[in-house]
Write a protein that binds this ligand. Structure first.
Ligand SMILES: *Cc1c(COP(=O)(O)O)cnc(C)c1O
Length: 225
């Protein structure tokens, strides 16, 4: 199927459950993004800063760009002028740098805290206790140019639906607890970014509000290494 057909099919499915679609366009050429844009998609996710800053100027300016991959502090400055949401905040130090660059650009940058939910050693993210520690800290309270709008998690790369369900359930439970403890009056704390091509249906059943989907829309990517 074409990018347009894949996208329209997926949008129909997600609209009925009010889940936001982040079209993950990493490794894909700007023409492919353009096709998805012309089919009505406005939110795109990239995982590498360099690739994102190369593509962004070549595409319509009303695209909302989301950074979904690991972010190094020395690269924040390149995306600070335009990024809509950073899904992958995994340290106070990174958040402080985002705050600094956001201030320089005279804006507030929305961020999600990436939480470690997978049963794998390679995935980035904060532990449950680290999320709470960060939100409790005075250093966090001092940041005026970042806004935490929710949590993000990447589940284990497994086909075991029971395990996926448990991991997504844990993230949703953590979200509910944090909402209650730290953001009770903050309407903006509302996003749970979980679910990719292989597991988004389970993620949605467990309370996802945004799914990050690449290969189902754009087709497969070459395997790394
Ligand atoms: C690549 C990527 C996705 C999308 O993966 P697909 O399996 O192609 O849907 C989602 N989230 C993150 C963090 C990614 O790096």
């Amino acid at each position: 199927m074409s990018i347009t057909a894949n996208l329209l099919q997926l949008k129909k499915e997600l609209d009925t459950v009010h889940v936001k679609l982040i079209a993950v366009s990493k490794t894909k050429p700007v023409q492919d993004i353009r096709e998805a844009y012309d089919a009505g998609q406005r939110i795109f996710g990239e995982n590498m800063v360099q690739e994102l800053v190369e593509k962004q100027p070549q595409l319509p300016q009303d695209i909302e760009w989301h950074l979904i991959g690991h972010l190094q502090t020395n690269k924040v400055k390149y995306i600070a002028p335009f990024i809509s949401l950073i899904h992958s905040v995994d340290s106070l130090k990174l958040l402080q740098e985002i705050n600094k660059q956001a201030e320089k650009n005279n804006r507030v940058i929305d961020c999600l805290l990436q939480v470690y939910i997978a049963d794998e050693e390679t995935k980035y993210g904060l532990g449950f206790d680290e999320v709470i520690e960060l939100l409790r800290s005075e250093d966090f309270a001092a940041l005026k140019h970042v806004r935490i709008t929710g949590l993000m998690g990447i589940a284990t790369n497994t086909e075991n639906p029971k395990q996926l369900k448990e991991e997504f359930y844990e993230l949703k439970t953590l979200f509910d607890g944090i909402k209650q403890s730290f953001f009770r009056k903050a309407d903006y704390f509302k996003e749970i970014s979980m679910g990719m091509s292989a597991d988004y249906k389970i993620a949605i059943e467990q309370g996802s509000t945004m799914v990050r989907i690449g290969s189902t829309i754009f087709g497969g990517r070459p395997k790394k290494g």
